[in-house]
Design a protein. Structure first.
Length: 306
C-alpha cells in the first residue's frame, strides 16, 4: 500500500515513526506520481506553497485520512471526490476535555479574583460544581468527552447538537433549542465545527441570552462568533469573559482588539492536538479498511461539512 503524507514537512518527524509502526505494510512517501498512491494522509498547510491541493490526479486513492478533527479547509475542495475521513483520536478528545475543564474551573472558582496585591479577600466561599450550570455546544467526539468530564466533577451539564442524539448522563437539547441552551449557560463551552450552518451562529442577539457575567470558552472554530458582536456583548456583560482558542485569522494579528480587551483570554489554538501515538492506530485501521473495501470509520458527510 503506497500512501502520500500530504501534510506540512514539520510534521514528518513526529508522524513517520508512529504511522509506520502502526501500519508496517504501508510505504509512506512525501512525494511521487499521484496516480500511484492508494491513499493520502492529509493535514492543513499542505501544499506548503499556499496553493490548493488538486485531488483529481489521485485516481487510485481510496481514502483521504485527515490528521485533524476539523476538516473545513478540505471538505469544500471541489476536486475532492475520494472519501474523506476526519481524525478521531482518544488523545485528542482527552486533551480537549482537560483544556475545557481547566478553564471552566477557573471561571467557576473565580480564580482571577486573587490578585497578589496585599488585599485579604476572605468572606466569599466559592460555590461547588453542583450549583453551576454549564452548556456544551457540539456533542461530537470533543463535546461528549468534555461534557462527561464536567459532569463527572458534578457540574449541571446541558449539551446541544443538531440531532439532539442522547449521550449517557447528559441532557442533550436539539437544534431548535439553542436559546434554551444559551439561557442556561453560566459557562458555555463551544465545540462546534466550522460549517455553513455554524458560521456566525453566536451573534449579538444569541450572546445576549447568556446570563450576565457568564463565561464563554470557544475551542471549536473562530467563525462561530462575529468578532465585533462578541466585543460588544462583552462590553454588555453577556458573557462577562471569553476564553478564545480559535480565530478567524490565525495567528491572531498583534493589533487585534482581543489582545487588549480585559474580558478576553487568548490561547493560540492549542486546546487539543492530535497525538501521533494514539492516532496512528486509528489511521492504520482506516487504511486497511480502504484497501480491503470495508466500510471506513469517521467519514465526513460533505453535504453537512463535518
Ligand atoms: P464531531 O464529532 O464531528 O462533532 C460535531 C458536533 O457538532 C456534533 O455533535 C454535531 O451534531 C454538532 N453540530 C454540527 N453542526 C451543528 C449545527 N449546525 N447545530 C448544532 N450542532 C451541530 O466533531 P469533534 O471531533 O467533536 O470536533 C468538533 C470541532 O472541534 C472540530 O470540527 C474542530 O473544529 C474543533 N477542534 C478544535 C481543536 C483545538 O485545538 N482548538 C482541536 C480539535 C477539534 P450531531 O451530533 O447532531 O451530528
Amino acid at each position: 500500500m503506497k500512501v502520500l503524507f500530504a501534510a506540512p514537512a514539520d510534521g514528518w518527524d513526529r508522524w513517520q515513526g508512529p504511522l509506520t509502526r502502526a501500519c508496517p505494510e504501508m510505504e509512506l512517501c512525501r512525494e511521487g506520481d499521484p496516480a500511484g498512491f492508494d491513499a493520502l494522509i492529509y493535514a492543513p498547510g499542505y501544499p506548503e506553497d499556499g496553493g490548493t491541493l488538486d485531488f483529481t490526479p489521485f485516481t487510485r486513492s481510496r481514502v483521504v485520512q485527515s490528521l485533524w478533527a476539523g476538516v473545513e479547509r478540505i471538505v469544500t475542495n471541489p476536486t475532492l471526490t475520494q472519501p474523506l475521513c476526519r481524525m478521531v483520536d482518544p488523545g485528542l478528545a482527552q486533551g480537549m476535555a482537560e483544556f475545557c475543564t481547566g478553564w471552566a474551573l477557573r471561571a467557576h472558582l473565580g480564580m482571577d479574583r486573587f490578585a497578589q496585591d496585599g488585599k485579604w479577600r476572605g468572606g466569599e466561599v466559592p460555590p461547588v460544581a453542583s450549583g453551576r450550570r454549564v452548556t456544551v455546544l457540539g456533542m461530537g467526539e470533543m463535546g461528549r468527552a468534555t461534557a462527561q468530564a464536567l459532569a463527572g466533577l458534578g457540574f449541571q451539564v446541558t449539551g446541544w447538537s443538531a440531532s439532539g442524539r442522547p449521550v449517557q448522563g447528559i441532557e442533550v437539547l436539539a437544534g431548535d433549542q439553542l436559546d434554551l441552551a444559551l439561557a442556561r449557560a453560566e459557562i458555555l463551552v463551544c465545540l462546534l465545527p466550522d460549517t455553513a450552518q455554524t458560521r456566525d451562529l453566536l451573534d449579538l442577539r444569541k450572546l445576549a441570552l447568556m446570563p450576565r457575567g457568564s463565561w464563554l470558552i470557544n475551542a471549536g472554530r473562530g467563525t462561530l462568533l462575529p468578532e465585533s458582536d462578541l466585543l460588544r456583548a462583552l462590553d454588555l456583560g453577556r458573557p462577562g469573559h471569553a476564553v478564545l482558542d480559535v480565530f478567524r485569522h490565525e495567528p491572531l494579528p498583534q493589533d487585534h482588539p482581543f489582545w487588549q480587551h480585559p474580558g478576553v483570554t487568548v490561547t493560540p489554538h492549542i486546546a487539543a492536538a492530535t497525538r501521533p501515538e494514539t492516532a496512528a492506530p486509528v489511521v492504520a485501521e482506516n487504511l486497511r479498511r480502504a484497501m480491503a473495501g470495508r466500510p471506513l470509520l469517521h467519514m465526513v458527510d460533505p453535504s453537512r461539512g463535518y
